[in-house]
Design a protein around this ligand. Structure first.
Ligand SMILES: Cc1ncc(C[n+]2csc(CCOP(=O)(O)OP(=O)(O)O)c2C)c(N)n1
Length: 324
């Protein structure tokens, strides 16, 4: 793999830090959820870390993202706060959405995270709306919309890309192509799975097909698309090939064979990046271990905070449903 030496050392460290933040948060979340500590569902981002981190490092703090049912990774990469996130997953009042959303609709407008989404494919029209608001307000912001290969077969994909392209809106469509849509192997319902970026041709916009396991490739490709969007030249579609390490949600019956799961888990964006850092003299075993320990301590502190926080009161459930 390409040397990391040509990159700024600080950038390499932010890439590693970002992916580890997601990895350790999600591994912990997997354990807690399976132990029955939280209600509802949780869909993990494990394995796909390089996409959220590479894409969000190409954004500015005041840019926006829209997310999916697998949204924790996106939120962390955009600067999400562990305490607010775990409190949300536990349904507690200091949560990012006051404990009302749980995992599936977690959002934080303060960092430009417009929301995870229980409806597959519905982040894209929200991103187009945000892009339109940027146009109306005359700012130089950009929106990155994350969505899956399953979502790319929804009608909202066509409507969103067509509208964003027609109006040259500042949106980057980041397709996370893990080849699965719940228990459906997407290749069985889609003939162009490996090259979903080619669908951009239908909208007259650039399309890319890249290795979503390489944080550097994601950063560069999304970076180019962000620059184009910021310059008023319109949207880009970036298809990132990736692997999800766990089942569709925690506790489901993974339809993949043990062999397929092993194969998926053998592709590891974090471990590969660490090997490159060691090879290129940008980290030592010790510095990697210390970074892991530091981040894990922050995760554990956030879990303790969430466990000890008050539950969102059921009597308030209807509050904030309508703007007052
Ligand atoms: C509109 C809608 N249809 C169906 C579902 C059920 N569902 C939840 S996740 C999912 C698969 C999504 O696959 P993909 O977009 O590839 O994302 P991934 O889970 O692979 O990250 C489906 C069909 C839903 N939540 N919303």
């Amino acid at each position: 793999m390409e040397s990391l030496k040509a990159l700024d050392k600080g950038l390499v460290e932010r890439m590693h830090e970002g992916m580890l933040r997601i990895r350790l948060f999600e591994e912990t979340q997997s354990r807690l959820f399976k132990a029955g500590e939280q209600e509802g569902f949780t869909h993990l981002y494990l394995g796909e870390e390089a996409i959220a981190v590479g894409a969000c490092l190409a954004l500015n703090p005041d840019d926006f993202i829209t997310s999916t049912h697998r949204g924790h990774g996106h939120m962390i990469a955009k600067g999400g706060d562990f305490k607010k996130m775990f409190a949300e997953l536990y349904g507690r009042t200091p949560g990012a959405c006051l404990g009302r959303s749980g995992s599936l609709h977690i959002a934080d407008r303060g960092i430009g995270m417009l929301g995870a989404n229980g409806l597959v494919g519905d982040g894209n029209p929200i991103a187009v709306g945000a892009g339109y608001s940027i146009r109306l307000r005359g700012t130089k912001q950009v929106v990155a919309s994350f969505f899956g290969d399953g979502a790319s077969n929804q009608g909202t994909f066509h409507e969103s890309l067509n509208m964003a392209a027609s109006f040259d809106l500042p949106v980057v469509f980041v397709l996370e192509n893990n080849g699965m849509s719940c228990g459906t192997i997407t290749a069985s319902v889609c003939k162009v799975l490996q090259n979903l970026g080619d669908r951009a041709v239908a909208y007259g916009i650039p399309g890319e097909n890249i290795d979503g396991m390489d944080v550097v490739e994601v950063y560069r490709t999304v970076g180019k698309a962000v620059e184009r969007a910021r310059a008023g030249k319109g949207p880009t579609l970036v298809n990132c090939q990736t692997f999800r390490h766990h089942g569709h949600f925690e506790g489901d019956i993974d339809v993949r064979t043990p062999q397929q799961i092993k194969e998926a888990q053998s592709h590891d964006a974090v471990a590969d990046f660490e090997k490159r850092m060691l090879r290129d003299g940008l980290a030592t075993e010790k510095s990697i271990r210390e970074r892991r320990e530091r981040i894990q301590a922050l995760v554990d502190e956030a879990v303790d905070f969430a466990r000890g926080a008050p539950k969102a009161p059921a009597a308030d459930a209807m509050k904030f449903v309508y703007a007052e």
